[in-house]
Ligand binder design. Sequence first.
Ligand code: OSB
Ligand code: MG
Length: 369
Amino acid sequence: MKIEAITLREIQMPLVHFFETSFGRTYSRQILLVTVHSEGVDGWGESVVGENPFYSSEWIESAWSTLIHYLIPALLGKRIQSARDVPCLFAKVRGHQMAKAALENAIWEAEALQKKMPLWKLLGGTRAEIPCGVSIGIQDSVEQLLETIEAELAAGYRRIKIKVKPGWDTNVLERIRSRWADITLSCDANSAYTLDQVEHLRKFDQFNLLMIEQPLWNDDIYYHARLQNQLRTAICLDESIVSARSAAFAVETAACRIINVKVGRVGGFTEAIAVHDIAQSHKVPVWCGGMLETGIGRAHNIALSTLPNFSLPGDVSASKRYWKQDIVDPEIEVSREGMIPIGNQPGTGYRVQPEVIEKLTVRKEVLHC
Ligand code: OSB
Ligand code: MG
């Protein structure tokens, strides 16, 4: 494939409802999209960078300049055999996984279109449908949270995950469990606790949670292993897993029993597949995380979730939970059974709507070779 041109853009989209985690509240997203133009097809990619460097050190401005100054020049005008060759071309740049992933994933999509193949098949997927869960942010009141959970269960979602932080954790879990004793429930701390709080974290064990996600520091594995030793509840790592090597470290030291795979956090589909394979070889199940993506990133998450070891419901949910109007057609929909069926169309099966995107664009650069 010859990489002839690359378009970089920023679009702005307000969320239907704010999303709050232990590191802050988001009302509207600034989203970085890339388009790779190659031999008659356009492959799209979405970077999961945030508006601020709070979830990780990357953010929209770091991704934009790293793409312009380093990653796009490493690709423009090159002929590559397949998207799997991309990580090698980016190897000189340390870090910046979310910037790299947007571009690599766009090339995977372009390759699938050129081969007239579904993206999920190109990635090595095997599932005909994927199970879906929801991630519910911190709300203004516990009553509001309970109402939201009720609506999501009625919609068919198979796993409820709530965001927790000190002051919004065991008290809230207690209220949920007294109303729904048996639902599949987990929680995500986004690094809100420290090892001094082991006694408090041990109280989570009484709620029969599927997992507690990233309780400790975002870059830590070792202390999570110490904590896992003292908890009955399975730890799931999210922020700490930035590569296949960190996944190997985590499973070999028993720092977690479950891994959340985010393709953006690990630098693209090639590395995400490697994380999946390492977890599978250690019998550690994985699930696909989300980062409030538009339909472009969401469709990529769906394709990745068809790999065999994605055996737990992911945070991949319907477009309408986030957006008044998504930028793909059809929008992502979830069945009454909480599943997304997988199609056999070439590419993702969700068509990007360039006219809609054009109207939302606040910044754009086209780079030619
Ligand atoms: O930790 O999984 C996370 C959103 C933004 C940043 C981090 C996280 C999240 C979510 C939302 O949990 C998942 C989604 O619904 O996209
Ligand atoms: Mg998380």
